[in-house]
Every structure is written in C-alpha cells, then in structure tokens.
Design a protein around this ligand. Structure first.
Ligand SMILES: [Zn+2]
Length: 89
C-alpha cells in the first residue's frame, strides 16, 4: 500500500460512487453524438471532443453517457472496481 496520496480526499471525487461504482466501462474514441460536440470527464472535467486540444480517447459507460479520462481511470479504477469490456467498433 502506498500512502503518499489519499485518493478518498481527492478533489475530483464528489458523488461518483453513487452511480459509477462497479460500472462496466469501455475504452472508446470520442465521436460527436446527437447535439453535443463534447463531453467532460466525470472526475476532473477534462474535455473530450473532436478538436485538437481536447481528449479523443477515454473510458465511457456502455450508453456513452459518462466519460472518464485515462488519468482518472488509472487513479480510480481500483477504488471503483470498474470492469472493462471489449467492444468492436
Ligand atoms: Zn479526468
């Protein structure tokens, strides 16, 4: 156990435990859907979008409603016990 950083006190955590604990996620490439041209990471609010300065690849719920950036995925995957599923494009 490393205790240099207590993730429970991380500024990025709000109430995600209520809806993302144990969620099934897929790695996906952002595509414009419907009338939204960007999404935000559920934790740090990094922006996903089609523009160059935005993130293009991240982890999302199967309905593509919730997005998580690679950094937050890495930091919180143990705490949230996410299951990563393979998808075909
Ligand atoms: Zn993030």
């Amino acid at each position: 156990m490393k205790n240099d950083k207590n993730l429970c006190d991380d500024w990025r955590l709000t109430n995600q435990m209520n809806y993302l604990f144990g969620a099934v996620l897929q790695k996906c490439v952002y595509k414009e859907l419907g009338n939204s041209d960007h999404e935000h990471c559920e934790f740090c609010w990094a922006k996903f979008g089609v523009h160059e300065d935005m993130l293009h690849v991240g982890y999302c719920t199967l309905d593509r409603y919730r997005w998580i950036c690679p950094e937050c995925y890495h930091d919180f995957k143990d705490m949230f016990r996410w299951k990563l599923t393979e998808i075909s494009e």
